[in-house]
Write a protein that binds this ligand. Structure first.
Ligand code: GLC
Ligand code: CA
Length: 551
């Protein structure tokens, strides 16, 4: 096993870590082909270091036809040639470890790509064969089997079933896919699938990978007993509240799999860690986040929590209570590669229907970009002061906004292409990062960018923000640096503010965090000001501002 240099020995490093998500195709391009790559990430390590990160999480970089931005994996144990080689990966990992940054990779166990060797075999094989049993193949309904086996719906296409002929099969069966037709779901009742993923996890853990982000962790197990039950409504798809007995998701048998994974993780020193992406009823989150299973689970509530004091406090209280139930720690997140950038959400009137706003290329309602970025920074300082880990998404440290006007002809996301173009999709937060104020692709690479960058990216570039002490980048750098030295026991205490728009909490070592969400300026309590997300006005905390104090 490769030796990790420069990493802390603390087995609990993940409990209150600052983790930064890299979407590799859009981070930095080393060879000018318009696509970000692993060498690009390696070339920016000093930038990552300047953010005092504990870890980075890389979205999929595996061979993929990009039917779903890389979440359609053709080979789980290799690197897409457009993004580099395994040697490039090893180099990136070693360089990150040298500067004390750990690395998470994304594991996509619910489905593979249709180009995975197993699916290619399955499509050519006969019904009932060993090869077909690794996926979910069924005969259709109707006189000639011309109708899908059930009414199940998919996230990206109307039906969760596609006829095998679409993928070149010569028979008359259908296969199941919860996402795009190019993402066939595995049959997790087949022990071969279990074994294969243990092999993949071991492959990366042996290479020195520190953690895993588990994609759609709630969906691996389905109720495949015959006759298959009906589930026609998308809203019930995640089957919230089914208490472990749902049809397509959140079934109790999942935890047997994750306990096995935990055994594997614990064979390493320090134990490998994992974080589940699971859209389930909040009461079920502790099952995924238990230290006996995956250890942590994303809590997405801040992605939708309105920027208001009462809503923020309630979210925090709730999440802290859940984390206590399973000895896990909280996970705070405002953005990721699937969401409209939060600076944009926070700069829009909350009454705006964001879906139709996006479909209008962001023209149907005005965006207050400056207010959005300001509120976003206040929210960041608020969550960075909470007990638990913070997962950030590349570009948020620049206060970057959603790109709303990508021309239809250039959209790549299946969420747009497959949903009758009723949803603009997620490309707007995946546009390659601006590093320079000008030049080819704003310094992303020497060639173009695989998604078009708007001209206003210049003002949000690293170069534009680097030397401005009030920029988002400067605030992130200072706050993340401070946070490292301030982290203490996972406890908070709320303080009365006498103002419904202001929250004030402190940590056991005298680290105080005060956020004025909206309304009038709030008098500054006594103490040494460590950082303020926005300049104070006459010594008071203005609306949309968080201050950290030491008392
Ligand atoms: C997760 C990913 C998303 C992807 C989906 C299917 O939700 O975050 O990007 O489309 O899984 O793999
Ligand atoms: Ca490239």
């Amino acid at each position: 096993m490769p030796k990790s240099v420069g990493l802390s020995k603390d087995k609990n490093w993940w409990r209150q870590a600052a983790i930064y998500q890299i979407y590799p195709r859009s981070f930095a391009d080393s060879n000018g082909d318009g696509i970000g790559d692993l060498k690009g990430v390696t070339s920016r390590i000093s930038y990552l270091k300047s953010l005092s990160l504990d870890a980075v999480w890389l979205s999929p970089f595996y061979p993929s036809a990009l039917a779903d931005g890389g979440y359609d994996v053709a080979d789980y144990r290799d690197v897409d040639p457009r993004l580099g080689t395994l040697a490039d990966f090893d180099e990136l990992l070693a360089e990150l470890h040298k500067v004390g940054i750990r690395i998470f990779v994304d594991i996509v166990p619910n489905h593979s790509s249709n180009l995975h060797v197993w699916f290619k075999e399955a499509i050519e094989a006969k019904p009932g064969s060993k090869a077909r049993n690794r996926y979910i193949f069924r005969d259709g309904k109707g006189e000639k089997g011309e109708l899908p086996p059930t009414d199940w719906v998919s996230h990206f296409a109307p039906s969760a079933w596609t006829h095998e002929s679409v993928m070149g099969g010569k028979g008359n069966q259908w296969y199941m896919h919860w996402f795009a037709p190019e993402q066939p779901d595995f049959n997790w009742d087949n022990p071969e699938v279990e074994k294969e993923f243990l092999k993949t996890l071991k492959f990366w853990a042996d290479r020195g990978v520190d953690g895993f982000r588990i994609d759609v962790a709630h969906a691996l197990k389905k109720d495949l007993s015959e006759p298959l039950r009906s589930l026609p409504v998308f809203e019930t798809l995640e089957e919230r509240g089914n208490k472990g007995k749902g049809i397509l998701a959140d079934r109790d048998e999942l935890f047997k799999i994750y306990k096995q994974w935990r055994k594997l993780f614990n064979q390493y020193d320090p134990p490998r860690v994992a974080v589940a992406e699971a859209f389930v009823h909040p009461e079920r989150l502790p099952l995924y986040a238990s230290t006996k299973t995956l250890g942590q689970c994303f809590d997405f509530r801040f992605i939708e929590t309105p920027f208001e004091a009462a809503a923020y406090k309630e979210s925090v209280q709730d999440a802290l209570e859940l984390a206590l139930k399973n000895k896990s720690s909280c996970t705070w997140t405002l953005s990721n590669h699937d969401q409209i950038r939060h600076a944009t959400k926070m700069g829009l009137n909350s009454a705006v229907d964001r879906r139709s706003w996006m479909l209008s290329d962001g023209t149907s309602h005005p965006l207050d970009a400056a207010a959005g970025t300001q509120n976003a920074l206040a929210a960041t300082l608020f969550i960075l002061a909470l007990p638990g880990s913070t997962y950030m998404y590349q570009g948020e440290e620049l206060g970057l906004h959603e790109v709303t006007d990508i021309p239809a002809s250039q959209i790549q996301d299946p969420q747009y292409l497959r949903n009758n173009k009723m949803d603009k999709g997620r490309d707007g937060c995946r546009v390659p990062l601006p590093w320079q104020k000008s030049g080819s692709s704003f310094g992303f690479g020497t060639g173009g960018a695989h998604l078009p960058q708007p001209s206003w990216f210049a003002d949000y570039s690293v170069a534009a923000e680097e030397n401005d002490p009030n920029s988002a980048l400067s605030i992130y750098r200072i706050a993340l640096g401070l946070r490292k030295s301030l982290i203490t026991e996972e406890k908070i205490k709320w303080h009365k503010t006498g103002n419904p728009s202001v929250l004030h909490f402190s940590r056991p070592n005298g680290w105080h965090c005060i956020t004025n969400f909206r309304g009038e300026s709030y008098p500054m309590p006594k103490g040494e000001i460590l950082i303020s997300s926005h300049p104070l006005t006459n010594g008071k905390i203005p609306a949309g501002t968080t201050v950290w104090l030491k008392k």
